[in-house]
Design a protein around this ligand. Structure first.
Ligand SMILES: *Cc1c(COP(=O)(O)O)cnc(C)c1O
Length: 435
């Protein structure tokens, strides 16, 4: 057993002054039990906790650290920027450069920066409603778009149930205009648009769901969504906060829209484009974006939006994220996926590995996951045992069975070998814990 005394002490202090001891729920390890590790530093593919334990990081800050931690060129650019002050409340050059970089790499015509993915989807929906003059928003069960009131709706039963709030504190008035459908269910989409089409402002979807584990959209599914929206005068909002600049150089859109010849009306971004800082964005069609203040009537603003440190980190990250980076993620991912499959098969643990581009996750169930109902049917007890065995062996996986495993260009042979070596023991632990 690794020593976790300092993490335990900090967790106790944290719980006295912060609800649950954490500033984002999944960090508390509730789904897997045990003591959350407080991280002191990180370098490349490795995290070091406050007790001095090292872990290969398979979270990468839940996606952003595409180049690994403390990348020297990102660090240098950030240090340089910090030396010139950290926030002015006035426009800056890095914002322009990052916007140009994003417009060049995606199908959007223009982009507005915000500070979190939540803000990005919230603002995109406001813009869609303002642009169309309609109120209803369609989303899919199991897709996460940040903690926006209107998008925290759970699926009701049936084909297209007007949603009930998914958490206390969100009034029905906030979710009453949100329609939640099962992912991949074309008939449900068609039925919802047939019934409510002239009231639907937008359909918002994760470009490839990554927040119930990775569920690659079936070929043509996003195209079908884009077409259905267009037929009904609704906007297609593709949330690429997780997949953007991660699933491929051009995000999930690079894997489907770019090949099939369609583009979303609006897109949201975050994670990788912030280079490890609080930065996110929404962008899209020029005529839609022109409705935003100060050009148009839809209000949206932010004290720290386009912050020069965050946009500098994002810009350097994107400029360094070339084909070689994505090739490396593909190769390293293939090794980890293969090793996980072998170890879990050998131990007799039912599992499915699913990928989209360079993103992947391992589900603890025997059959493929197409929607949230499938994703919810996993052996979470087996996953908890697996997670802790990996952690004890120096590999930091997401503390939840509903998340992707993230790699970086800094995951070198030593880091990957550490993961590969840890897998057989963890698979045996999972087998013993099977529900
Ligand atoms: C992480 C995420 C968000 C929310 O971003 P925050 O910066 O955590 O608010 C929204 N959408 C998707 C698809 C995400 O993965």
């Amino acid at each position: 057993m690794v020593d976790t005394d300092s993490s335990s002490d900090l967790f106790q202090r944290a719980r006295a002054v912060t609800p649950g001891g954490v500033n984002s729920p999944v960090r508390a390890f509730r789904a897997v039990g045990g003591t959350p590790r407080f991280i002191r530093s990180a370098q490349g593919a490795w995290l070091t906790d406050v007790d001095g334990n090292d872990y290969v990081d398979l979270i990468c800050s839940w996606g952003p650290m595409l180049l690994g931690h403390a990348h020297p060129e990102v660090q240098a650019a950030v240090a340089d920027a910090v030396g010139r002050g950290t926030s002015y409340g006035a426009p800056t050059e890095p914002e322009v450069e990052l916007a140009e970089e994003m417009v060049a790499r995606t199908p959007i015509d223009s982009v507005r920066f915000v500070s979190s993915g939540t803000e990005a989807t919230m603002s995109a929906i406001r813009l869609a409603r303002g642009f169309t003059g309609r109120d209803v928003v369609v989303k899919f069960a199991g897709c996460y778009h940040g903690h926006v009131d209107a998008l925290l709706a759970e699926a009701g039963s049936g084909v297209a149930t007007l949603a009930i709030p998914g958490t206390p504190g969100v009034p029905e008035s906030a979710t009453g205009l949100t329609l939640v459908l099962p992912y991949h269910d074309r008939a449900a989409v068609t039925a919802a648009f047939a019934e409510h089409g002239d009231r639907i402002a937008c359909l918002v979807t994760e470009a490839a769901p990554g927040n119930m584990g990775v569920v690659p959209p079936e070929p043509g599914f996003n195209e079908f969504l884009a077409r259905t929206c267009a037929e009904h005068g609704a906007l297609f909002v593709s949330d690429e906060v997780m997949t953007g600049f991660r699933a491929s150089k051009h995000g999930q859109w690079g894997l489907d829209g770019a090949l099939e010849g369609w583009r979303p009306d609006l897109m949201t971004f975050g994670k990788v484009m912030g280079g490890g800082f609080p930065a996110a964005a929404f962008g899209g069609r020029a005529d839609v974006m022109a409705h935003l203040a100060p050009e148009g009537p839809v209000y949206q603003a932010g004290t720290l939006s386009g912050n020069p440190i965050a946009t500098t980190a994002g810009l350097v990250t994107l400029r360094l994220a070339d084909d070689a980076v994505y090739d490396h993620l593909t190769k390293a991912g293939d090794v980890v996926k293969q090793a996980a499959t072998e170890a879990l098969s050998e131990a007799g643990v039912p599992h499915v590995v699913q990928s989209t581009g360079t993103m992947f996750s391992v589900f603890f169930r025997g059959a493929p996951v197409r929607d949230f109902r499938d994703a919810s049917d996993q052996d979470t007890a087996a996953y908890a045992a697996f997670f802790h065995a990996m952690l004890d062996a120096g590999v930091y996986l997401p503390p939840s069975a509903y998340e992707g495993w993230f790699l970086s260009s800094a995951h070198d042979d030593r880091a990957i070998q550490t993961v590969v070596d840890a897998l057989p023991g963890a698979a045996r632990a999972a087998a013993e814990a099977r529900a």
